[in-house]
Design a protein around this ligand. Structure first.
Ligand SMILES: Cc1cc2nc3c(=O)[nH]c(=O)nc-3n(C[C@H](O)[C@H](O)[C@H](O)COP(=O)(O)OP(=O)(O)OC[C@H]3O[C@@H](n4cnc5c(N)ncnc54)[C@H](O)[C@@H]3O)c2cc1C
Ligand code: SF4
Length: 493
């Protein structure tokens, strides 16, 4: 601990954010980073606690808290403060293959568990992480690491999201020959097509993929395993196969009028916009547009929030978000104590933008869509929404059981309705092609990341269900360990 009184001397300072009204005019990231001197000062706020909950990644009170990667947060905060960037970078990369992704999009489970946050403002762990890795890239400290020895073993990874990429990196560094198969036209999974560009510019994904390629990983795009390439072919050509195919089976709404034109799953919308931006900066016109439309987003999660950010940038006329549950309190309720994940209301970036642009919070809490109204051409022209109330809790999950409030229906104008109510699990054709068992939630069933078929492993959202980038990286690393043990009889990964 370089600066003993750092947490008393310096106030928390986040990376600044461009004002919402300005940033909705463009598609770029909007968080300029602090100067190096200010960033080092933020590192000084870390107290290097004897028991650093920030790196615990444990389940408390039904939710995870602390970093799932067990990032060595106090170590690299101290190295940041003392100006030892190469060492800080080395400690950061030791547990996290891609800090430039988590430093941008992670919900920072670490900060929720930071001891400084118990009575004051937590350390800016996420921003510090991003500062270290980006400064590392800027100073040329991150160079291809070509493995000195090759094991002669071949591993196929199906899916190039953060889980597949983290596993590929680990296995390649161990000396195995890794090929990543991706059905899409670009590498990155939801990092590329899913998370919008203003949260994570795709040049950063590309930069890391190029490094991995230089280090010896082979990437093959446009190959849909289970359809274009059979499971038998992969099993014959490789010593092990790792399935990191994500959990893309979207949940849909079942209401009258669902078939109306202008009703889309959130991922159809986000992918079309993301792809057109990357291909032509929208010149090809090949995307779903919210321009001049009244937009309704069904679903109060991150995906729905991203739909709002994108629709605002496209110039929507109005926007509302149907959120199933009541608004969470502003402060931790009794029984939700530090260092548990705080069950409080969170205003996401896109909500701030909607409030700045339209003057009101787009969220309509405890509500849902009851019916989609169509015009004579079959296009959505409005929605009938209904208010919900939760009087009882599910005894198993503890979640509120929401029921309709009689007579609370109202109509809202709508020409674009986006369904963002979550994902049901992985698409079944991959598990069927390999003949691997799935669990009760249709996720790929594993024991220590090994599926029911010898030599076939699974990781990421395909195994644990829709989750977070940080969890996908953790899963990729853990699965790499299991694959390595299978191939070599032991592992030191
Ligand atoms: C809109 C949206 C926003 C999100 N925002 C955040 C955020 O801000 N922060 C955060 O931490 N998390 C966020 N998430 C969650 C996060 O992106 C995922 O948890 C994470 O990407 C999962 O990684 P994965 O590698 O398991 O799967 P994915 O990223 O889904 O990648 C799976 C890949 O497998 C490929 N694939 C599937 N089947 C085949 C096949 N048969 N053959 C070849 N390739 C195949 C897919 O094309 C895809 O590229 C968001 C998710 C969504 C949908
Ligand atoms: S990966 Fe996420 S949880 Fe872990 S230290 Fe970084 S910001 Fe915190």
């Amino acid at each position: 601990m370089g600066k003993i009184t750092g947490f008393l001397d310096y106030a928390r300072q986040n990376n600044p954010a461009q004002p919402p009204q300005d940033r909705i005019e463009h598609w770029k990231e909007f968080h300029p980073r602090l100067s190096e001197a200010d960033r080092r000062q933020q590192g000084a706020r870390c107290m290097e606690c004897g028991v650093p909950f920030c790196q615990s990644g444990i389940q408390l009170g039904g939710a995870y808290t602390g970093c799932p990667l067990h990032n060595l947060v106090p170590e690299w905060n101290d190295l940041l403060y003392t100006g030892n960037l190469p060492q800080a970078l080395e400690r950061l990369h030791k547990t996290n293959n891609f800090p430039e992704f988590t430093g941008r999009v992670c919900p920072a489970l670490c900060e929720a568990a930071c001891v400084c946050g118990l009575h004051g403002a937590p350390v800016t762990v996420k921003d510090n992480e991003l500062g270290i890795v980006e400064e590392g890239f800027a100073r040329g400290l991150i160079q291809p690491r070509i493995p000195a020895h090759r094991s002669g073993k071949r591993v196929a990874i199906v899916g190039s999201g953060p889980a597949g990429l983290a596993a590929a990196d680990q296995l390649n560094q161990r000396g195995h020959q890794v090929t990543v198969f991706e059905r899409d036209d670009r590498i990155g999974g939801l990092l590329t097509y899913g998370i919008p560009t203003m949260k994570l510019e795709k040049k950063y994904v590309q930069r890391r993929v190029e490094l991995l390629e230089q280090e010896g990983i082979t990437f093959v795009t446009g190959v849909d395993v289970g359809r274009d390439k059979s499971a038998q072919e992969l099993l014959a050509d490789y010593d092990a196969v790792l399935l990191c195919t994500g959990a893309r089976q979207a949940r849909d709404i079942q209401v009258p009028g669902r078939e109306a034109k202008g009703v889309h799953l959130a991922m159809e919308y986000l992918t079309s916009v993301g792809r057109s931006y990357l291909n032509s900066k929208f010149k090809d016109g090949d995307f779903i547009s919210a321009a001049d439309k009244d937009v309704i987003v069904v679903g109060g999660g991150d995906t729905g929030n991203d739909c709002i950010g994108v629709a605002l940038r496209q110039g929507c006329r109005s926007i509302h978000q149907m959120v199933k549950y009541p608004r969470q309190p502003d402060h931790r309720p009794a029984g939700n104590r530090w260092p548990e994940w705080p069950k409080v209301d969170r205003l996401d970036y896109s909500h701030e933008e909607a409030i700045a642009h339209f003057g009101e919070d787009p969220r309509i809490f405890a509500s849902t869509v009851k019916e989609i109204l169509m015009d004579e051409e079959g296009k959505v022209r409005g929605v009938k929404i209904v208010r919900l109330e939760g009087k009882k809790r599910d005894p198993k999950t503890g979640k509120l059981i929401m029921t309709e409030v009689a007579g609370s229906e109202e109509e809202l104008p709508c020409q674009l309705l986006l369904v963002a109510i979550g994902f049901q699990g992985p698409e079944s054709y991959v598990s069927q092609a390999f003949g691997v068992e799935v669990d009760g939630r249709t996720n790929l069933k594993t024991e220590d990341y090994a599926t029911s078929v010898p030599g076939v492993f699974a990781a990421g959202d395909a195994r644990r269900g829709q989750s977070l980038v940080v969890w996908a990286i953790e899963e990729g690393r853990s699965a790499a360990r299991a694959v390595d043990r299978y191939l070599m009889g032991y592992t030191y990964l």
